[in-house]
Design a protein. Sequence first.
Length: 325
Amino acid sequence: MKYVFIENPIAGTKQKQLLFKEVQSAFRWNDSAEMIIEETRYKGHAKEIAAEYAEKYGADCVIVTCGGDGTVHEVANGLAGTETPLMILPFGTGNDFCKKIYKSKKLDPLNIVKAFGLHNGELKYKIQPIDLIDYNGEKCINVMSYGLDTVVETIGKKLADRVKFLGHQAYNIAIVPSLMHSMKYQINVDLDCVDADGNPYKIQGEPIDYTLFAICNASYYGGGFCPAPNSKLDDGILDFALVGPVNVAQALPLIPKYSAGTIEGASDKVRCGYMVGGRVWSTDGSPLLGNCDGENFDYNEVVFKVERNALKLCLIDEEEVTNEG
């Protein structure tokens, strides 16, 4: 079996880089597993690498990401619809999707490496098909969202580029200036929703006023905010949280609830539920204020749907991972 480690050379810390060296050493003692290391060199490269190995080796290959959420997003797009599974090591900064699959907001990469048997070359894992969100032909593995959090994402990235030592804390700092402006946005929607019993209904508006709209395959994004704590990766349903227009006084008490996963029912401004697809488009033809898996996009219209069992994911073959905290 070939294990292709896709490494983002600018992601993570020196401690994680040392841990990666330990994984390399362990593979030297395993005659049945070949370790291949591929470094990404430009945006979109991880997708190309994953797709190339998937086409060549199929199920006889595992792609292992050693970066953050951006690398996971790219590799998921490269592997969607193939027989090649994805294994994720939380070696990046945010690792929001990992918080879902490893069931903790405080991930310890060493414990995850050990749980997969990567520290001694005795690999152990199970493979589970999971859903993806198809949006305009691209794939989203985690969360697609619109509104305030995209403003925070944009400011946070600029801050993180200028002040490197802040890391992901730049995004928490970016919340403050984002709240200083109007948080009322407009968007057109035609959403295919289902209630708790699976009965279909529509949410439509041309336009609707809102502050934040998160469409979730998983649970966490933005450094640990949790709009969908009970999401399931293989149920063919997307969770959503739609926050109506709020001012600063209304937003401040909602922020900790949004982080803790208790936003549902917290205010009459918040609507949570389930959907299977839909269409979102701008009111004036300009680019949407939106992002997917933490990467801003410039579409003025997005057509999306659940794509069931679109990706094979390697999970730890244990009930729990022991994490710090």
